[in-house]
Ligand binder design. Structure first.
Ligand code: MG
Length: 378
């Protein structure tokens, strides 16, 4: 029987990860959540982990009271996330939102844990650091992001050196086809209406700005060791082709399925097994038509910014990510307009000098400077 430890257990991916655990009798050694104490308590009672952690330290005593009759170690803050990551388990599942996921990932690697990764900011901010540590320790990262899972699946059984390029697909988000003049007055409510996927708030806003695709572009570069020039972004409006790869013979392999995160989560947890998954089967004839388009890099300058950031290298990917995290928070609380998110990302690329991203301290420095930058410029 497999055992996982999981951080981000009350978020969208975390809840679906536990569904997969329930269906396939996977044991859960540790759970951690941001601030949903009530759901975390329910999960702890159901899955019987050795450790639970609430990231928000102000909620620690509430969680302790709720679980006073349960024999479980209770922690809070970053210390708790890192202890979760260090737990003795077959797999560490990281599904938190934002750069807060980086240190737990590095901790899991230090303790020799394979990782199922849904937290894309981990690789965006610390790609070089994480991948070199994974290689040094001989560990595996199983991607949970649907696009990266698709690419990972299309690479199975083929030779990496015979790969031409990666075709990273995008839904285009709720504002596909719109121009900047039409996006001036977008509200958080409008940006939160995604056509195909149901996800957490931060990633849904990132999907509306196409920042999400930019982060995935950077993530793909690190996970699959491909040059940015060899990653093509293609809009597939229906989100049926989750991504594809092209080989030297111009054969293109794609992974398809209904847009449901359970498929990539299950593949990451049970790899290399393919067993029944609790989703609707894909009916291509029900879809009838699949449509494709190029991304609009002029309107969606967050995406253009991410592509530029990874080409520039150093800490630029970390900087654009941290700027975006701050800007999305400000947009959600109605302090800045929608288009300002992309403007800040572009401005940071112009204003920041090249900074290193070799160590965790380097990355932390760049992150803090980027967050300050947003405060100074809004
Ligand atoms: Mg994705």
């Amino acid at each position: 029987m497999k055992t996982i430890s999981l951080i981000g257990s009350t978020g969208s991916i975390g809840v679906q990860t536990l569904d997969v655990c329930r269906q396939h009798n996977i044991k859960v050694a540790a759970l951690a959540a941001h601030r949903n104490v009530k759901l975390l308590e329910e999960q702890a009672r159901e899955f019987n982990p050795k450790l639970v952690c609430i990231y928000d330290e102000g909620l620690y005593s509430d969680l302790r009271d709720r679980l006073s009759d349960v024999s479980v170690k209770i922690l809070c803050g970053m210390e708790g996330l890192c202890e979760n990551a260090a737990m003795d388990a077959d797999l560490f599942v990281n599904s938190v939102v934002g750069m807060v996921g980086l240190l737990p990932t590095l901790t899991a690697i230090e303790h020799g844990r394979d990782i199922a990764l849904a937290n894309k900011e981990t690789l965006v901010a610390g790609g070089h650091l994480v991948m070199s540590a994974v290689e040094r320790k001989g560990l595996k990262i199983y991607p949970i992001d649907s696009e990266h899972s698709a690419i990972f699946q299309c690479l199975q059984g083929n030779r990496r050196e015979q790969l031409n390029k990666i075709i990273l697909t995008a839904s285009g988000g709720p504002f596909f086809g719109k121009k900047k003049t039409e996006l001036k007055n977008v509200t958080p409510e409008q940006a939160l209406k995604h056509p195909n996927w149901s996800m957490g708030n931060k990633i849904t806003i990132d999907s509306a700005t196409l920042m999400n695709k930019g982060l995935e572009f950077i993530e793909a570069k690190w996970l699959f060791e491909v040059a940015p020039e060899n990653i093509e972004i293609v809009v597939n409006r229906e989100s049926v082709i989750h991504s594809a790869v092209e080989y030297k013979d111009f054969s293109v392999l794609a992974q398809m399925g209904v847009p449901d995160m359970k498929i990539p989560i299950q593949y990451a947890l049970l790899y290399p097994e393919r067993v029944e998954c609790d989703v609707k089967p894909l009916s291509l004839t029900d879809y009838g038509t699949l449509t494709f388009a190029k991304p609009d890099l002029e309107t969606f300058d967050c995406l253009a910014g991410c592509i530029e950031a990874i080409k520039l290298g150093g800490a630029y990917p970390c900087i654009v990510n941290a700027v975006n995290e701050e800007a999305v928070g400000l947009f959600m609380s109605r302090k800045i307009p929608f288009l300002k998110i992309g403007e800040l990302v572009q401005a940071a690329l112009r204003d920041f000098p090249k900074m290193p991203a070799e160590s965790y301290e380097d990355i932390k420095n760049a992150e803090l400077a980027a967050r300050e930058y947003v405060k100074d410029n809004t």
